[in-house]
Design a protein around this ligand. Sequence first.
Ligand SMILES: CC(C)(COP(=O)(O)OP(=O)(O)OC[C@H]1O[C@@H](n2cnc3c(N)ncnc32)[C@H](O)[C@@H]1OP(=O)(O)O)[C@@H](O)C(=O)NCCC(=O)NCCS
Length: 173
Amino acid sequence: MTPFFLQSARLELRHWTQANLPLAQSLWQNPEVARFTHANGSFSLEEASARLEGELDTQRRCGLQYWPVFLLSTQSFVGCCGLRPYEQRPSTFELGVHLLPEFWHQGLAQEVARRVIEHAFQTLNADALCAGHNPGNTASRKLLARLGFAYTHDAFYAPTGLQHPSYLLIRPR
Ligand SMILES: CC(C)(COP(=O)(O)OP(=O)(O)OC[C@H]1O[C@@H](n2cnc3c(N)ncnc32)[C@H](O)[C@@H]1OP(=O)(O)O)[C@@H](O)C(=O)NCCC(=O)NCCS
């Protein structure tokens, strides 16, 4: 089994491997997960595979990923949460969370995001984190507010072709 590298009360984060392709597909091909993050509302098989390749590549190049998340109690695959580089500012990373619908409404997104935020500020020495969401994604807006992100501006997001509200969380002093 792939070892975890971060843990919270109910969850653990591991690194994606090539062998995780079925998990990656189960997540990104789920229409409820991709509804707000993909222009067509869901990823094709090829797009889900390419997305996994992208995560593996970002880990190799930058030490970052939207890391796969598992329940500690059952080892069930829950989704992913992590960071990617933000081109405009090297010391800022972008935070993202994608959970399978059966794990929504339990505070798990909040729990895993808090652990990743702590990792970003305490271990990776980030100055700030940014995040955005589809304007129709109320769950994501509520999550970012609970995590303490502040709205900054609307920005064009190519995968959906929409203006997405953008947010920033500055490292606490
Ligand atoms: C965005 C997303 C991660 C939010 O997940 P979520 O489960 O709603 O988020 P939270 O962890 O903040 O959970 C909050 C809910 O859990 C409930 N909850 C239950 N137990 C809880 C606990 N112990 N602690 C905190 N909240 C708890 C809260 O009351 C709240 O309920 P509500 O949704 O009915 O208001 C999820 O909808 C998702 O994965 N969507 C698809 C992908 C996506 O769009 N990602 C965002 C773009 S990166």
